[in-house]
Design a protein around this ligand. Structure first.
Ligand code: 5GP
Ligand code: ZN
Length: 111
């Protein structure tokens, strides 16, 4: 499949992997917007929230985000989880991904 994140999952494109199991991959964003900026994705290709049918996946993704946040030391200071879905949110990669952002004060509301 011609999906950049599927290629990262299949190791056809290199990435800086933070966590991996049979269902979930977490890797550093190539263009980090904060000191910690990790993308957490399901290994099964799903375009976005609208296409998400298997809600078990959501549990797996959140469990990994919780674990990775502790490992990266941002669980006490705080972090933000973002999913961009579709055009108005600026979703650039059509494979569902959670941005895990932390390590600095994050402004709210976002632009
Ligand atoms: P979106 O705008 O779709 O929510 O976020 C896509 C994210 O994927 C962006 O933060 C972008 O920097 C990241 N990204 C795009 N291509 C690559 C890549 O090849 N490797 C990694 N590690 N991150 C990528
Ligand atoms: Zn994909």
């Amino acid at each position: 499949m011609d999906c950049i994140f599927c290629k990262i999952i299949n190791k056809q494109i290199p990435s800086d992997i933070v966590y991996e199991d049979d269902k979930v991959l977490a890797f550093n964003d190539i263009s980090p917007q904060s000191p910690v900026h990790i993308l957490v994705i399901p290994k099964a290709h799903v375009q976005g929230i609208a296409e998400l049918a298997d809600m078990e996946t959501v549990k797996d993704l959140f469990a990994v985000m919780k674990k990775v946040a502790i490992e990266k030391g941002i669980d006490k200071t705080g972090y933000r989880v973002v999913v961009n879905h579709g055009k108005n949110a600026g979703q650039a990669v059509p494979h569902l991904h959670f941005h895990l952002l932390g390590g600095r004060l994050l402004k709210w509301p976002p632009g």
